[in-house]
Design a protein around this ligand. Sequence first.
Ligand code: UT7
Length: 369
Amino acid sequence: MSPYAHITGWGMAVPERVLTNAELSLMVETSDEWIFSRTGIRERHIADPEQTTASLAVEASLEALRIARLKPADLDLIIVATSSPEHIFPATACLVQDRIGATKAGAFDLLAACSGFIYGLNMATQAISSGSVHTALVIGAETLSRLVDWKDRNTCILFGDGAGAFVLQAAEERAGVLSAVMRSDGSGSDLLTLPGGGSRFPTTIDTVTQGLHYVQMNGREVFRFATRVMSQSTQEAVAKAGLRLEDIQLVIPHQANQRIIETALKNLEIPPERCFINLDRYGNTSTASIPIATCEAFTAGRLKPGDNIVMVGFGAGLTWGAAVVEWSGPFPGVRKLRPARLRLYARIRSFILRLLRRIDAWMWGRNNP
Ligand code: UT7
């Protein structure tokens, strides 16, 4: 029997700074009334200059490891799903690996825009069920506030910064991620895009003048696409898990727009009380929205062991997907972890590795003049 991937740890991190709709209405021509009625968003969190996608990811990850009672060295795999990586390369996942001290983990970034967390969850689950990985960390982390044009009211009102992380562990008992579906349609790639800064449009004065380094979106088309695929992929994932919609206790959707979520629920004939929504306080945090909502659903007492949950998302690409999870919680154990101490150990370790690399380079230079 292939092992199942149980979710045994979860954590979230959001910047302290809150940007309200009222403040936004002083920056672009908009209003609290327009934003709230069209999106359901009231406010979002915005990273301070010293906060980055990796720093938020590290915070969320250490909390997830604390809950799972695991050391960073127990991790075999780190996947960071992000639409706002720190660089094209190296992967943000490697920065996280270094800063938490996950000495035995492979690490890579996954780019499937706002569907990235569902994709990452599925990839980690496949790695666990194949037996090649025992323990994985899946992170959704964003600082999209750095990539939106704060003069474009079509996009700047939507996005917020934050990170969420799950620890996944192998177990024989049937629970955890029971099924997942992933879909894509690149014919809609122009509907939501950040065109500049890659190899197609390398950064030049021209690309910057044209604003190609900012998120560009056809909101109406993305809206139409989203309402269609959210219900479709939910149904597919539930059927694949051998369940019926009546067996689902909670839907945790990608938090992009209240109206998109309501339309999907209506199509599925799922009452709103079986859905968790927190986008009023965070806006659209892209890959981080599902794990952040899961953390808050747990804290609000909306998740109990044995509950069946659907996580469903959509995004640029176009991509979409859903996963069915049976909630189980941490494995029994008593190990206490102190995130601050782990972070310090990782820093010391990283410093020593960098120093050794310098000494090694110096000695190599002496021996090979
Ligand atoms: O993770 C995936 C990320 N993307 C999404 O989820 C986007 C999905 N789409 C949406 O959420 C919605 O399409 C939006 C919230 C972006 C826009 O809502 P809408 O109801 O589709 O508005 P619209 O684009 O059809 O625009 C309606 C009007 C337009 O004015 P006119 O042409 O009717 O005079 C816009 O110019 O509202 C105007 N408008 C605004 N007005 C005030 C557009 N943005 C704003 C704004 N404040 N921020």
